[in-house]
Design a protein around this ligand. Structure first.
Ligand code: URA
Length: 255
């Protein structure tokens, strides 16, 4: 009960509601002013013509590099040494993951932005900090989740990844999931939802559990809104709260 109340209070605080003090030791820090975030990416990958021979070759190279990785360190090294074309040419580094590799919950976002490119870790900028608060509202943190992205290099100028770039990164992501063996996956944002399920429309699919088959294992996956989108559409935070409750129920059932 106390846990639920605490989660609800932190959720309200997150949503901009003035939360009253409810216990003697419940003093809360003043809420920092919301800062502007970059515009959310539309769901569709950038328009692209038919794949060029170079791009086809890169997808084959990615399959070879990822399949040869026997563990996470090897996968990280393979990714760091990989030529993914424009995205890896322009990025400072490959952005691999953060969190606990033994966690049951794997979170998959879209693509690194500027802060992630600098720090080499996913979701460390403004929207990542918001995402952390969202998961913290149901008691999740880096000790009990593991987080990565569909795309491992920052697309130049934060443009959307192309369909080919998603295909180039896919073997790495599939291997990454297979090595982590999560019990539950959270798909953050429309690009992640589409890349992993082939479906489209995060607005109508968020909160609907779906199944992913990775390495012959079925894993339940929950699509949710991207935090950058939510920061622009705060009235939709209540949907995220419902999705977090659904996630918490699934964790109680499966872990
Ligand atoms: N948005 C994402 O989807 N992933 C990140 O790592 C950062 C922002």
């Amino acid at each position: 009960m106390e846990r639920s109340l605490d989660a609800l209070l932190s959720w309200w605080e997150l949503s901009g509601v003035d939360v009253p003090e409810v216990t003697a030791n419940a003093a809360r820090k003043p809420r920092p002013k919301a800062e502007p975030v970059k515009a959310p990416k539309p769901e569709k990958p950038a328009e692209q013509k038919a794949p060029l021979p170079d791009q086809i070759k890169r997808v084959e190279n990615a399959k070879t590099a990822a399949s040869g990785a026997a563990n996470l360190d090897a996968l990280r090294t393979a990714m760091s040494n990989f030529d993914a074309g424009e995205i890896s040419d322009h990025a400072r580094q490959a952005v691999f993951s953060r969190g606990n590799p033994d966690a049951d919950i794997m979170i998959i976002g879209e693509a690194p932005g500027r802060d992630e490119d600098i720090q080499g870790k996913p979701f460390v900028g403004k929207s990542g900090q918001f995402l952390d608060k969202i998961f913290a509202s149901i008691g999740l943190n880096e000790d009990n989740f593991y987080i990565t992205n569909v795309i491992n290099w920052r697309p130049p100028g934060n443009r959307n990844p192309t369909a080919e770039e998603i295909e180039i990164c896919r073997p790495f992501l599939q291997k990454h999931i297979a090595l982590i063996e999560p019990k539950i996956i959270v798909l953050v944002g429309g690009i992640s939802f589409t890349a992993l399920t082939g479906g489209s429309g995060i607005m109508k699919n968020r909160g609907q559990w779906t199944g992913l088959t990775i390495d012959e294992k079925d894993i339940p996956a929950l699509p949710v809104y991207h935090p950058a989108f939510l920061l622009r559409r705060p009235e939709l935070k209540k949907d995220m709260w419902h999705d977090m409750l659904s996630l918490r129920a699934k964790i109680a059932e499966l872990t």
